[in-house]
Design a protein around this ligand. Structure first.
Ligand code: TH1
Length: 805
């Protein structure tokens, strides 16, 4: 859109006055933020309405991305960027003697997700709008987002995230679009005079699902898509017998996000949440479709529904229910439509994350849905036992072991199933969904994850963005593949120095931020070595920690090395005791290192509390090293690896998830690979001959490091060190930390050496930035659009570099 600085200033002052009846000089940052957000929203309203109207008029096929998590990050700056008025607005604010960054920072960061899965969903929303795809989100409006993390005496404590305290200016409540979701009770199937089955619900608990819509603004293209988040409320005419407890139980459904990443606790409230937003979404999609069509026959040509992991997999039986019970479509036709509409992404192979529900719980809470799942199960068995045998079908039918098995249900009820990086997609076919792959090989495919360079470079890394503009022009802002033009400057000594200067500037900025937030002074000349992701044993923050302890001991022995600053950001699930013990030990090691004048010139450790999207925007631009060190075969993709690469950090990685794609993109010389491969680890499992203790006994450095966990040398820890020591030695080190220790140290030593040659380092950084464009989520959603959703996306062109699994 077009907006001059002068126009903006007038409209902004006017908005502030209307809102607060005061001149802008008297307003707090929060008030200025509210005024600016509301003004921005007023710019979005018309294109939002126009986009919706256009999709309806042109009968565009629409994608609905169902996800129990969305992590959009702060929206003001990215909306201004995408509208194309960020520069004018910032200039206007400055002319008013205001500080744009201070105003942007007043926005609460909606933590409606745990980590990569939720962030991916939001990246896809941004990308779909930006490539002009009709993509809608469907999720939950959690009253409280992911807990706020604080450290008390080095221990994680969790505080409630009251993110809507000041309201959420980006949402609009759509009371007129509310639907009813039914739980519990029992169903009566009664043949009606017209011949269909009449389904009568008795004694259900009814919940009103009220949608709140959030605009998803496309980049410089006038497109504004919709993210619909549902809130649970008591029915309007609840009646005189409706108790406070009932009301309370309803409100609970959308009160809080489960704080578990890649884990499934099997709680009934979680099942309630899943059915709540899934049923509400399906009902509203069908209702909208039926406003302009008098039968459901063409539904699958106008609607694609994507199931982000299994949390919304009830979309399959729920669509069957609506088609049959409300729309009177017969089973076979309903199933044909459902299969054509539904597609499913799996995000993990970890068994603790695979959702299964006890049949008792499931059938009690969702009696009609359970009947339909039983029928899906019965027909699946009938169709495939003859060819594949009872034993195999028993293993993979939707019902088995007294459970509803959601990944199997999702695969059976979708026309496409994908993993999120080639290795992961291969392992899906080999292990977790092996039997289903035998039956439906054509459904399986890979779609490597992506990120949005708009947020991570254009907004997060201004110094780099400006340097790129100067050197290769601004085409990369529209099409990130244009970053490849950087290769032309690989021998441009001046440019390489500029690149290093940019990184140095970002490091000074982060150093300031660290000082302001945790009151720790860090040396901006150190190597900034970053590991930012959820705390989980398989991600092996512990391997990084053991590396730090080894450096500590080496420095104590008198070794000199380039100074390294280790930066961690990680929340642990509140019930994940082992992860919390690792946090405590990390914080203890940080203190130990800091207070030792022999060591602190060479080594520093900072664990930043409350890592999230907005903190990532500060850390990533300043990173020299990106630690992506999961046990091979365990991290489905990872996405912080892509973000850090795009900021020119060198990746220190195992051959896992999308690290393998990064290696293929930049070449072996521009990434630091170490550790066991997935094959080698599978070999250990098969033979059953991994013995962690052997590594401890053979390697004196490892021996010394592990002993530090229990010999009292790290002040302030006791049981934590012992528990970790035991996990590694008594319980045989489930994640092969000890097996990878030696090669991890060797890779780190190579990085230390490389850092002595700044120009060579800059060349490698350059190649990483240049090749990061292929990981833009714009391309990812276009591949989904072409190969899974069958919608026709527009610009920019895809390079087709994704590898099919
Ligand atoms: C993550 C994966 O661990 C990560 O490798 C991947 O990059 C990301 O998804 C996006 O694809 C997952 N997050 C969750 C969260 C829950 C359950 C399973 C997974 S897998 C709650």
């Amino acid at each position: 859109m077009a907006l001059t600085k002068e126009q903006f200033i007038t409209e902004f002052k006017d908005m502030a006055l209307k809102l607060y009846a005061a001149p802008i000089e008297d307003l707090s940052s929060q008030q200025l933020y509210q005024a600016l957000a509301l003004l921005t929203r007023s710019y979005i309203a018309q294109p939002w309405a126009d986009t919706k109207e256009r999709y309806d008029e042109e009968e565009t096929k629409q994608v609905f991305y169902f996800s129990i998590e969305f992590l959009p990050g702060r929206l003001l700056q990215s909306n201004l960027l995408n509208l194309g008025i960020l520069d004018e607005v910032e200039a206007g604010l400055e002319e008013l003697d205001l500080h744009p960054q201070k105003i942007f920072a007043a926005e609460a960061d909606p933590g409606l997700g745990n980590g990569g899965l939720g962030r991916l969903a939001s990246a896809f929303m941004d990308a779909m709008a930006s490539v002009g795809m009709a993509g809608n989100g469907n999720g939950i409006r959690y009253q409280y987002g992911l807990f706020k993390q604080a450290f008390v005496n080095g221990y994680q404590v969790e505080l409630p995230d009251d993110w809507m305290r000041n309201g959420f200016p980006w949402e609009t409540r759509k009371e007129n679009r509310a639907v009813t979701v039914k739980f519990g009770g029992w169903v009566e199937l009664r043949p009606s005079r017209s011949g269909h089955l009449r389904v009568i619900y008795h004694n259900t608990d009814d919940v009103l699902a009220v949608p709140y819509d959030v605009a998803m603004v496309g980049y410089h293209n006038g497109v504004v898509n919709n993210l619909r988040l549902w809130s649970a409320e008591a029915p309007i005419n609840a009646g005189p017998h409706f108790t406070l407890e009932q009301r309370e139980r309803i409100n609970q459904i959308t009160q809080i996000l489960y704080p578990d990443d890649s884990d499934n606790a099997g709680k009934e409230l979680r099942l309630r949440q899943e059915y709540f937003f899934t049923s509400a979404g399906i009902q509203s999609i069908v209702r909208h479709y039926r406003r302009t069509h008098n039968s459901m026959a063409g539904f699958a040509d106008r609607v694609a529904i994507h199931i982000n992991d299994t949390h919304p997999a009830m979309a399959i039986p729920e669509l069957m229910r609506v088609l049959m019970d409300d729309e009177h479509v017969g089973w076979d036709e309903a199933w044909r439509i459902t299969l054509k509409v539904m597609s499913y992404t799996n995000h993990t192979l970890l068994s603790e994350a695979l959702e299964v529900w006890p049949i008792d719980m499931f059938s009690g809470l969702l009696p009609r849905i359970y009947q339909i799942v039983q029928e899906i199960d019965r027909r699946f068995r009938l169709a495939f036992v003859p060819q594949f045998g009872q034993a195999m079908i028993d293993r993979i039918a939707p019902l088995g072991n007294g459970q509803v098995r959601m990944a199997y249900l999702a695969t059976i009820g979708s026309h496409a199933v994908n993993g999120v990086a080639p290795l992961h997609s291969e392992l899906l076919k080999k292990d977790v969904l092996h039997d289903l792959f035998q039956i439906f090989p054509e459904r399986f495919n890979n779609k490597t994850n992506g990120i949005t360079p708009r947020r991570w470079i254009q907004i997060g890394d201004r110094p780099l963005a400006h340097l790129l503009d100067k050197k290769i022009g601004t085409a990369w802002r529209q099409n990130p593949l244009a970053l490849r033009k950087l290769h032309d400057y690989i021998d441009d000594t001046r440019f390489l120095a500029d690149l290093n200067a940019t990184k140095a500037e970002n490091k000074r900025e982060l150093a300031k931020y660290i000082d302001q937030t945790v009151h720790v002074k860090v040396d901006p000349d150190a190597i900034f070595d970053v590991q930012i992701k959820r705390l989980h044993a398989y991600k092996r923050q512990l391997l990084h920690l053991l590396g730090i302890l080894d450096a500590y001991l080496a420095i104590k022995r008198g070794e000199k090395r380039p100074k390294r600053l280790h930066i961690f950001g990680a929340k642990a699930a509140p019930s994940y005791v082992y992860a919390k013990e690792i946090i405590k030990v990390m914080n203890a090691v940080a203190d130990m290192v800091d207070s030792d004048p022999e060591v602190s010139p060479y080594l520093q450790v900072v664990f930043l509390p409350n890592y999230g999207v907005s903190m990532a925007e500060k850390i990533i631009p300043a990173a020299d090293i990106s630690e992506q060190i999961s046990t091979a075969g365990k991290e489905a993709s990872g996405t912080s690896n892509m973000k850090l690469m795009s900021a020119g950090a060198l990746t220190l990685a195992t051959l896992d998830g999308a690290n393998i794609e990064i290696k293929n993109a930049v070449g072996d010389d521009n990434i630091e690979i170490f550790g066991l491969t997935e094959k080698e680890i599978a070999g250990y499992y098969q033979r059953g001959d991994y013995r962690s203790r052997d590594f401890y006994e053979k390697d004196p450095r490892l021996h010394a490091v592990l002993d530090m966990l229990v010999n009292g040398k790290i002040p302030g820890i006791e049981t934590e060190g012992r528990d970790i020591y035991n996990a590694l030695l008594m319980y045989n080190d489930e994640y092969f930390v000890l097996a990878d220790f030696e090669s991890y140290l060797a890779a780190n030593a190579r990085l230390d050496k490389l850092y002595q040659q700044p120009e060579l380092w800059a060349k490698k950084a350059l190649v990483n930035i240049a090749e990061s464009g292929r990981f833009s989520a714009d391309f990812t959603v276009q591949r989904y659009g072409r190969e899974i959703w069958h919608v026709i996306p527009q610009t920019p062109e895809d390079d087709g570099s994704d590898t099919e699994a």
